[in-house]
Design a protein around this ligand. Sequence first.
Ligand SMILES: Nc1ncnc2c1ncn2[C@@H]1O[C@H](COP(=O)(O)OP(=O)(O)OP(=O)(O)O)[C@@H](O)[C@H]1O
Ligand SMILES: [Mg+2]
Length: 465
Amino acid sequence: MPLFSRNHSREDQNTRTTSQAQSTSSPKTSTFEELKLPPPLPPAYLDVKRRVQQRLINEVNPNTELTNSEEARRIIEPIYTEVLAEANLVLNRSERQRLFEMILAEILGYGPIQPLLEDDSITEIMVNGPKQVYIERGGKLYRVPVTFEDDDHVLRIIERIIAPLGRRIDESSPMVDGRLPDGSRVNAIIPPLSLVGPCITIRKFAKIPFTINDLIRFGTLTPEVAQFLEAAVQARLNIIVSGGTGSGKTTLLNVLSAFIPHDERIITIEDSAELQLKQEHVVRLEARPPNIEGRGAVTIRDLVINALRMRPDRIIVGEVRGGEALDMLQAMNTGHDGSMTTAHSNSPRDTLARIETMVMMAGMELPLKAIRQQISSAIDLVVHAERMRDGSRRVVRISEVLGMEGDMILMQDIFEFVEEGMDGDKIIGRLQPTGLRPKVMEKIERAHIHLGPEVFGLDMVYQRR
Ligand SMILES: Nc1ncnc2c1ncn2[C@@H]1O[C@H](COP(=O)(O)OP(=O)(O)OP(=O)(O)O)[C@@H](O)[C@H]1O
Ligand SMILES: [Mg+2]
């Protein structure tokens, strides 16, 4: 049943629309069929949903816990059957079942976006007010014909997400970060800050975290690069994973963390815990936003400073954005090598420039040259990721920091992505060695790890010093 609607009014949901009508919006709204999603039920059924909800409010003891889904099914099913009979609607078995699931999703789950959450091929869900929902799938954005009834409906779903976390959202604190029970990251922002109605952004992660072999299979990196990065992590190089929004930085950091030996004590520090380390000896710290009175905030920076007193072998910071960059560099320079973090940037060189700015945000009034010296002696490698125009996420450059020359930090690319052409709308290419022998090999060899020269595209056998 093609239930595509352009302006998402309830009447329109019933009209059949041709596919030409979709071609004007960008990105175009895809039909449920195209997206292989179950289509919504027509508006007549909304009424059934409302009546079931109303009867639940009227008839069920408000103290009844409806959080247990088995129990909830048992209570809701007979009410549903009665309402359906009263409404005189003819539904076949599967429609009946689907409507029931939708009602359950309203009462227990996340309403209209529940099916999107359950679809593992969707990586991001973006609700821009009640009538506009986008998803990301395969690295690309699609508008989906999913709608909420009104602003309040979106708000109720936001509240359902954040209530178990002890957070609240209202006009006086109109932004909130949270997480779903499955670990997905959620941000909500509402009017008056959002001018399009309440917004929800949900970043989903693979149910089973990606491994290095998955990334090789996806073409994110090559087996040689994987081997190099494994050596780099084991030899305790300090690594920054950089890239744009949603380029796969956190995922890459998580994959790299799997190379840390199991006998080390790891401390992770994040704004909203996303990393899923495999090791047993991991202490996870999460920053805290200020409370309603604006007090009690614990920043990433506070946690980095605290972590230094916790005898870490490695400190992993989910993302550096501000003054914590200075503490992180100091940690890297004072024996906590093997530390890793991510930073938002456009290229490896830009990453260093941004870290420079972040260090300035620490407010220590350090001279620029001193900041650069800290950066150049702390950071060994920058691994840069990109979400490419075909939707694929790849490592596009790996650069090492060589040191200072005058006032400038010297960098050298070790691997770079070389585009070779297109296969349909897919980019063909490979992350290739630049043919230079990395200076970081000295550190890697000192850790008694030996990599063949072929990893770097060097066919001559180089002499170990
Ligand atoms: N190499 C990859 N191949 C395919 N999908 C990936 C890859 N890396 C990450 N993803 C998926 O892309 C989405 C974004 O990944 P991730 O959260 O790691 O990006 P990010 O750069 O940390 O984003 P942000 O800037 O928001 O912190 C996730 O759903 C993730 O599962
Ligand atoms: Mg991230």
